[in-house]
Design a protein. Structure first.
Length: 253
């Protein structure tokens, strides 16, 4: 399991204040997720591509993540064009492909890629600890911050536990098949993983209490917002504002 692959770098985006990047990513994602006009979404995708270029990220690694997302989006192209009512553009036996269904599938595809690229460029260029620090500065509820932090911190630990349990099953000559024995064995694996994860969480919590943990993470260092950070936030606000105007301009008339 690989984390923080894009966090190391010296680009302009890497040096931005994490609070600015977090706010920009949230603002951009909310507007793009609510938009449905293909022209607006295409402009958002172009802006996300520019962010990736400015961050100077490894394009092959970015492409791998986009491939994972688009694998799921691909299934929509098999169903939405044939399930949405509208003007028919193609008939395949009992199935009719509609123009509205095609446009909806296209909008979802562009929307998904734009949000993923923006999140990679803005948030993946920070370490997880920096993001947790930024969330605390932005007054996000402590429970949500702790949940995010501990999920990241112990996800790899749980994954390691899963690998050990799976290796133990292979030593006992377990081979997955489509039968009840396989389903029962996988259920036992999931149950043991939950039990061991709970036991590990209890030990970690007791260790934290021994070190004086009282439910809060104290912030010793603070961010310093500079001119480039303010300029970037202003540009992102104007860009997202233009996207919103392009999407909902008809409501203003």
């Amino acid at each position: 399991m690989h984390f923080e692959e894009f966090s190391a770098g010296s680009s302009f985006v890497h040096r931005l204040d994490p609070r600015i990047k977090l706010l920009s990513a949230v603002l951009f994602s909310v507007v793009v997720a609510a938009a449905d006009r293909v022209g607006v979404l295409t402009a958002a995708l172009a802006g996300a591509v520019l962010l990736v270029a400015a961050a100077r990220l490894h394009l092959r690694r970015v492409a791998v993540r986009l491939a994972i997302v688009n694998t799921f989006v691909l299934f929509l192209w098999f169903f939405l064009p044939f399930s949405q009512p509208g003007r028919a553009v193609l008939t395949l036996g009992p199935l009719t492909m509609s123009r509205e269904g095609l446009l909806l599938a296209l909008a979802i595809t562009i929307k998904s890629n734009a949000i993923i690229l923006a999140v990679i460029a803005l948030l993946a260029t920070c370490t997880v600890f920096t993001l947790v620090h930024a969330l605390r500065h932005l007054r996000v509820p402590d429970k949500l911050v702790h949940l995010f932090f501990f999920t990241f911190r112990y996800l790899q630990v749980i994954h390691g536990e899963y690998l050990r349990l799976r290796a133990a099953m292979r030593v006992r000559c377990f081979r997955p098949r489509t039968d009840m024995h396989t389903y029962r064995s996988l259920a036992y694996l999931a149950g043991m993983l939950i039990v061991r994860s709970f036991d590990r969480s209890e030990r970690v919590f007791q260790a934290m209490l021994c070190r004086g943990y009282d439910g809060r993470f104290w912030i010793l260092d603070h961010f310093d917002m500079r001119g480039p950070d303010r300029a970037f936030m202003a540009v992102m606000t104007v860009f997202v504002g233009l996207l919103a105007v392009g999407q909902w301009s008809s409501l203003l008339n």
